[in-house]
Design a protein around this ligand. Sequence first.
Ligand code: HEM
Length: 145
Amino acid sequence: MYSILLLIHSWLRWAVLIAAAIALFRSFTGWQKKLPFTDADKRMNAIFMGFLHLQLVLGLVLYFVSPLTAGFMQNMGTAMKDKNLRFWGLEHQTGVIIGIVVAQIGSIKAKKQGSHKTAFIWFAIALGLILMSIPFASRPLFNFG
Ligand code: HEM
């Protein structure tokens, strides 16, 4: 169960990042070229949010089955001094959850205002937070189990 969840979570990261890149590109060009905020834009933003929500649910389940987070919770005092345990027990979740909240606020605001600029700014901040909180060097970029 743990290894399958980790594998899905690992690959879903790419769906999140690709959807973020497309949503950001669309909102940037829409803003710069003063294009109308269409149903297709709403759909793309919803796809991005959908992947984020799915990743959030998977991550929450992973948090309770991962041996790393179990190690973190068993002895938090010592674990906080261990870079690896602190990252997986605290920093990863905190950073990505704040990122997801920022993206959610942006998506709602952009839809209400029909504004590409709003979508771009909030999504860019969200993506920055997410990129800062996921591993690039310590884990495989493409996890084959
Ligand atoms: C945008 C959202 C997220 C992204 C892009 C993301 C990305 C990642 C990546 C790339 C890994 C490493 C996978 C590997 O080793 O192949 C990982 C592991 C993990 N993530 Fe996330 N994650 C997200 C959200 C979350 C959330 C919300 C939680 C928990 C509340 C979470 C908990 C975990 C846990 C527990 C691990 C595994 C630690 C272990 O190796 O046992 N993630 N995540």
